[in-house]
Design a protein around this ligand. Structure first.
Ligand code: B12
Length: 256
């Protein structure tokens, strides 16, 4: 495949638009700073098409220009999902076979985060984007703790409910608070001696799946996650933890 170059007016012209803020008062010096920055970022013939003050000491810019960079699509490595998407009956069957009782899922938004819509999209019966949430699966019991839940409360609920999986959501962030808050929950579970037996899952629009190891979670889900992906992951993990290999599990999946 040929190199990918962005375009505006004509294929291959490299035209892009970029917006950013600089900590400098709106002025001719500020405009020149934005232009020089754009050149350093690989723009040719950049133009500041919008310059607006953000209070007395900051300025917002939109810059147009032509990038000198391109991407070779053949060199892109896309991480494949490590498990197949399972239909609801398969998820329920996996839970029955490999856990032999209902899977208990505890979900919460932690830290200062009051954004519950994402977590509800995964947990609630209604689900998200045409996909039913985890409450729909009759072999799952879902405890949705809601917003701004502190780690100690999560630990308490995990104990009381004898949870198998813990789902933590972080949507809002500043200075990487979303990462810090996820780690806080994991540390509290570790202190209580509960971490090892759990499937610990984090999610939110700022995360990429590659961050799971960094925060010490089993799996991280990012923007646009569908509940069926989470349900399939949980069911598949039960199979793996019961000692089956991916190949053995694949062979058990009913082909519709
Ligand atoms: C609705 C909303 C609110 C509502 C929240 C209501 C509620 N009950 O949730 C209200 C009005 C309360 C609110 C408040 C604030 N908000 Co607000 N809010 C939004 C908004 C518009 C939509 C978020 C949303 O519902 N998305 C839809 C869901 C379905 O998507 P999602 O959250 O990404 O979830 C999906 C995935 O990420 C994933 N996922 C999420 N969690 C989990 C967890 C697990 C375990 C898994 C597997 C998957 C998963 O699955 C979901 C489905 O695909 C966003 C902007 C935007 N367009 O995203 C801003 C936004 C998130 N808010 C923002 C801000 C700044 C705030 C406030 C600080 C504003 C203020 N100054 O008061 C407060 C903070 C309140 C607080 N303490 O948290 C910023 C955050 C910026 C940042 N730095 O992080 C955003 C991005 C707006 C912006 N562009 O500035 N907000």
């Amino acid at each position: 495949m040929s190199a990918l170059v962005p375009y505006g007016d004509a294929t291959g012209d490299g035209q892009v638009q970029l917006s950013f803020c600089l900590p400098i008062a709106e002025s001719e010096r500020a405009r020149q700073a934005a232009l020089q920055l754009a050149i350093k970022m690989g723009f040719e013939r950049p133009q500041v098409v919008l310059m607006k003050p953000l209070g007395p000491d900051f300025t917002y810019f939109i810059v147009y220009g032509s990038t000198t960079h391109s991407i070779d699509p053949d060199e892109i490595v896309v991480e494949e999902r490590a498990y197949p998407l399972l239909a609801a009956p398969e998820v329920n069957r996996f839970i029955r076979e490999y856990l032999k009782r209902q899977l208990v899922v505890v979900g919460a938004c932690t830290g200062t985060d009051a954004h519950t819509v994402g977590l509800d999209a995964i947990l609630s019966m209604k689900g998200f984007a045409g996909d039913k949430g985890l409450e729909y699966f009759h072999e799952m019991r879902v405890v949705n703790m809601g917003a701004q839940v502190i780690p100690e409360e999560i630990v308490q609920t995990v104990k009381e409910e004898n949870a198998d999986a813990v789902l933590i959501s972080q949507v809002v962030t500043q200075r990487d608070a979303h990462i810090y808050h996820l780690e806080e929950v994991r540390e509290a579970l570790e202190r209580a001696g509960l971490r090892e037996g759990l499937i610990l899952v984090g999610g939110g629009p700022r995360f990429s799946p590659q961050q799971a190891e960094e925060v010490g979670y089993d799996r991280i889900f990012g923007r646009g996650t569908k509940p069926s992906e989470v349900a399939s992951y949980l069911a598949w993990t039960l199979g793996l933890r019961a000692g089956l290999t991916d190949d053995q599990l694949i062979r058990t999946v009913t082909v519709a």
